[in-house]
Design a protein around this ligand. Structure first.
Ligand SMILES: Cc1ncc(COP(=O)(O)O)c(C=O)c1O
Length: 458
C-alpha cells in the first residue's frame, strides 16, 4: 500500500491539535506521529503502508481481529434502526438481549448487568454500588476499598484512587479517600515463599484479611482484583489464591470485585476469567473485548443479592451514563458474541494457549529475559540486567531501554506491543484471539532480534 494521500497534512494536524492519551508529546517534536489507518485480521497498517502484527489487540480489545464486516454491518443496521436511546428508565432490545446473554455467561448468580462505556466507568460503578448497597442494608460505615500494588483500574477519580500506581495518581491528589493497597501476586519477586507458589498465594491473600483487620471490618466494602494483574507484567494468581480471598471476603462481608476489563471475553480462554480460576465474585467489571473494539462498551455485572434492595420501594442506584449501553455498542457486542460462538473462539484460545506460552518461553535463553508469565493469550516478559540475581534496571537504564530503544525498535520491526515500566520493565503481549502458531512464531522472531540488540546496547 502507498503512503496515505493526506500524510503530511495529517502529521501536521496531529501535532497541532490532537492531545494523545498518556503520551509524551515531546517525543514527536522531531519524529512522526504513528498513524494507523486500517486493520485486517491480526495486522494493522500505518499511513505509510507498513504492516504490523497487532501484538496487543489494540489495547487488549480486538479479540476477533480487524476488518470484521459482520460487526460493522451490525453497527450500521442498529444506527439506521435506533441510533440512540438512554437506559434511564427506558430499555432497548440490544441492551436487554445483551444483559441476558452476559448474565448467562457470568458465573453463579451474577445476573444483573449495568452498562457503562468503558472499564474505568465499570470500576467506578462497582465502588459506588458497594457503597450504596451497604448504606441501604444496615452497614453504612462500609465504604473502603482494598486493591493491589501496581494494579491499574482506570482513570476516573474513584477508579484512579483504587489504582495502585503512585506515579499515575500523584498529579491528581488528593483523590477519593479510603483505598488501601496489599501485595500483588508477583511470584518472580515474591518477598516470601520464593520456592512455594501455593504458600506464597496464601500469604498474599492473607494480607487482604490483615488490611481489613487494620482498617476495621465494618469500614471495608470491597476488594478489587484482576484475575491476572496487567500492570507490572501479567501476574497470574497462584493456585488457591482466589479461593482464600473468597473465604476472607465471606468472613468479613466484603465484596469481591473481579476486574476483568482485560481478562474477560476469551483473553484467558473463557468468557470470564473467574471461571478459569474457579472463584465466584460478587461483581465483575468488564469492557474492551465485549465488542472486540468495534464500539465502546463496558459493564458491571452484579449478583442478585446486590440488586435486591434496589428492587423495592422508592430506591434506585443513583448512577448512570448517557452513553452507557448505547444501542449501537450493544448491537455490536451481540454480533461479536455470535462470532465467538460460531467460530469457537474460546476453544481456539484453549487449544493454542500452550503453544503461545512455549513459543514465548523460547526467549528465556536470552540474557535479558528474566521471566515469562501470564495465561491464555496474555503474557508479560520481564527484562532484567542480571538473570542470576534478578537485578532490575535503574530508572535511567529503564528509560533508555524502554523508551529510548525498545518501543521504537519493536515497532520498526513490525510488532505493535507494549514496553512498560509501571512496575519492573516488561514487554506485554495480548494478540487477537484469532492468532495461531504462525503469529506466535512471528512475535517470537521479532522479539528475539530486538531483545538481543537491547542487551548489547546496555
Ligand atoms: C483492569 C482494568 N480496569 C480498568 C481499566 C480502565 O478501562 P478504560 O480504559 O476502558 O476506562 C483498565 C484499562 O486497561 C484495566 O486494564
Amino acid at each position: 500500500m502507498d503512503q496515505h494521500p493526506d500524510y503530511d497534512r495529517l502529521q501536521l494536524a496531529a501535532k497541532d491539535h490532537l492531545w494523545m492519551h498518556f503520551t509524551r508529546h515531546s517525543t514527536y517534536e522531531d519524529s512522526d506521529v504513528p498513524i494507523i489507518v486500517r486493520g485486517e485480521g491480526a495486522y494493522i497498517y500505518d499511513a505509510q503502508g507498513k504492516r504490523y502484527l497487532d501484538g496487543l489487540a489494540g489495547l487488549f480489545v480486538n479479540q476477533l481481529g480487524h476488518g470484521r464486516t459482520e460487526l460493522a454491518e451490525a453497527a450500521a443496521k442498529q444506527s439506521a434502526t435506533l441510533a440512540f436511546h438512554p437506559l434511564w428508565s427506558y430499555a432497548h432490545p440490544g441492551a436487554i438481549e445483551l444483559a441476558q446473554r452476559v448474565a448467562n455467561y457470568a458465573p453463579g448468580d451474577l445476573n444483573r448487568v449495568f452498562f457503562t462505556t468503558g472499564g474505568g466507568e465499570a470500576v467506578e460503578s462497582a465502588w459506588k454500588l458497594a457503597k450504596q448497597y451497604f448504606k441501604m442494608t444496615g452497614k453504612p460505615t462500609k465504604h473502603k476499598v482494598i486493591s493491589r500494588a501496581i494494579a491499574y483500574h482506570g482513570t476516573p477519580q474513584g477508579a484512579l484512587s483504587i489504582t495502585g500506581i503512585p506515579g499515575m495518581k500523584a498529579p491528581f491528589e488528593p483523590l477519593v479517600p479510603s483505598t488501601f493497597r496489599v501485595p500483588n501476586t508477583n511470584f518472580y519477586r515474591a518477598p516470601v515463599h520464593q520456592d512455594d507458589e501455593v504458600a506464597f498465594g496464601q500469604w498474599a491473600a492473607n494480607r487482604i484479611a490483615e488490611a481489613i483487620e487494620f482498617e476495621g471490618p465494618d469500614t471495608v466494602a470491597a476488594v478489587f482484583l484482576e484475575p491476572v494483574q496487567n500492570s507490572g507484567g501479567c501476574f497470574p494468581p497462584p493456585p488457591g489464591y482466589f479461593q482464600r480471598v473468597r473465604e476472607i471476603c465471606d468472613e468479613y462481608d466484603v465484596l469481591l470485585v473481579s476486574d476483568e476489563v482485560i481478562c474477560a471475553f476469551g483473553r484467558l480462554g473463557h468468557m470470564f476469567a473467574s471461571e478459569r480460576y474457579g472463584y465466584q465474585p460478587d461483581i465483575i467489571t468488564c469492557a474492551k473485548g465485549i465488542t472486540s473494539g468495534y464500539a465502546p462498551l463496558g459493564a458491571m455485572i452484579a449478583s442478585e443479592r446486590l440488586m435486591e434492595p434496589f428492587l423495592e420501594g422508592h430506591h434506585s442506584f443513583m448512577h448512570g451514563y448517557t452513553w452507557g449501553g448505547h444501542p449501537v455498542a450493544t448491537a455490536v457486542a451481540l454480533a461479536n458474541l455470535d462470532v465467538f460462538e460460531k467460530e469457537h473462539v474460546l476453544e481456539h484460545v484453549r487449544a493454542n494457549q500452550d503453544g503461545f506460552r512455549s513459543t514465548l518461553e523460547r526467549l528465556k535463553d536470552l540474557p535479558i529475559v528474566g521471566d515469562v508469565r501470564g495465561d491464555g493469550y496474555f503474557y508479560g516478559i520481564e527484562l532484567v540486567k542480571d538473570k542470576g540475581t534478578k537485578e532490575t534496571f535503574n530508572d535511567a537504564e529503564s528509560e533508555k531501554l524502554l523508551r529510548g530503544f525498545l518501543s521504537k525498535a519493536l515497532y520498526d520491526e513490525g510488532l505493535y506491543c507494549r514496553a512498560d515500566d509501571r512496575g519492573d520493565p516488561v514487554v506485554q503481549l495480548a494478540p487477537p484471539l484469532i492468532c495461531d502458531q504462525s503469529h506466535f512464531d512471528e512475535i517470537e522472531q521479532i522479539l528475539r532480534v530486538v531483545l538481543d540488540k537491547a542487551y548489547t546496547l546496555l
